[in-house]
Design a protein around this ligand. Sequence first.
Ligand code: MRU
Length: 373
Amino acid sequence: MEENSRKEDCKVNTSKSILDYETVALDEEENALVIIDQTLLPNKTELIRLKTAQEIWDAIYLLKVRGAPAIGVAAAFGIYVLANQVDTEDYGLFYQEFVKQKEYLDSARPTAVNLSWALNRMDEVCRKNSHLPVAQLKHRLKEEAAAIKEEDIQVCRKIGEYGLELVKPGDGILTHCNAGQLAACRYGTATAPVYLGQEKGYQFRVFADETRPLLQGARLTAYELFSSGVDVTLICDNMSAAVMKNGWINAVFVGCDRVAANGDTANKIGTSVVAAVAKQYHVPFYVCAPTSTIDLATPTGEEIRIEQRPADEVTQMWYKERMAPEGIKVYNPAFDVTDHELITAIVTEYGVARAPFTESLRELFERKQNIKQ
Ligand code: MRU
C-alpha cells in the first residue's frame, strides 16, 4: 500500500499540507482506488476509497478526481481494481469483463484524452499478455498503472524545467483552472514551472483565475500554491484583462485536456478568453501539455467533443440559495477550444513546440518515438 493511502490518513491531519497527500493512489490491501475528494477542498481533506465501477465512474464525473493527468492515473488504477475482482482463470471471460468495465469508465468524461489514453494502455497490456495466467496478467496491469503514475511525475517535472526557461525571477504568471499537483500526481503541468522556480528562489507572483462555475482556481490552485508558500493572488475570471493591462503579467501558463494535431487546445471553459486577452496585451500564452494529452488523431479543435455539464452548477451549486431565475436557460460547457493562433508555445516533456504546430507537434512525437526505441 502506498504511504499516503493508509487508512489513518482519512482523518484530517492539520499538520500536513495538501501537497503531502497523493492525488491518486492504490490501496492494495483493500483493492481500492484512493483519491482526495476534491469537491470538498479547501475546507476538508478527505481520502476516499473506491471499489466499484459505479463509484469510480461517479468520482470522475463528479470531479472528485479531476484534471486530465489525474483522471488518466485514476482510470488506470480504477480499471486494475475492477479487473482484480474478476474471478476467472479463463482469459476470454476475463477480457470480456475488462472491456465492459473499460468502456464504462471511458464514458465518464469525453474531453480529456488522458482517460481513454490510460485505459487503452491498460487494454494493450491485456492483449499483449493474453498467454499469461490471469493472476499474472492482473499483476502486469497493476505494474502498468503504477508506471503511468510514475511517468506522470517525471513528465510534469520535465514540463516544469522547459517552462522555467520561458520566464525569469520575479515574473507575474497568470493561470486558469487547476493544472496543479491536484490535477496530476506531483508538480502539476501549468504550475510545474512555478514549483520548480520556487525551489530556486524565483519569487514568482501568481494570479489564479477563480474559474467559474466549479471554482477549481479558487478552491484548488489558490489553495495548493498558497499552502506551499507561493505568492498567489486570487482574481475573478473577468479580471484577466485588468491585471494584464496593469502590466502585472509576464506569462500565462495553462494546462489542457486535449491538444489537436494543429495545436488547437481544449482546456477549462474561459481559457480561450484569457488567450485572446493575452494576445491583446502582448503577454505570451503557454499551454503545458504532456504528450499523453496531445491527440494527433484529432486534426483540429473542431473535432474535440466538449463536455456539457448540468445547469445547477451555474445557478445554485456554490450558493446558499439559487442565484438565477427558476426555469432560466443555461449553457454550461466544461471546456472551450483555444485557437492555435492564440498560443505562443506548447510546453511538453520533450521540449517546447511553436507554430506551425502541425509540424512541431509531429516532430515532437518523432523525437519521443526515437528516444523510446
Ligand atoms: O473539469 P476539470 O477540473 O477536470 O478541468 C481541468 C482542466 O481544465 C485542467 O486545466 C486540465 O485538465 C489540465 S490539468 C493538468
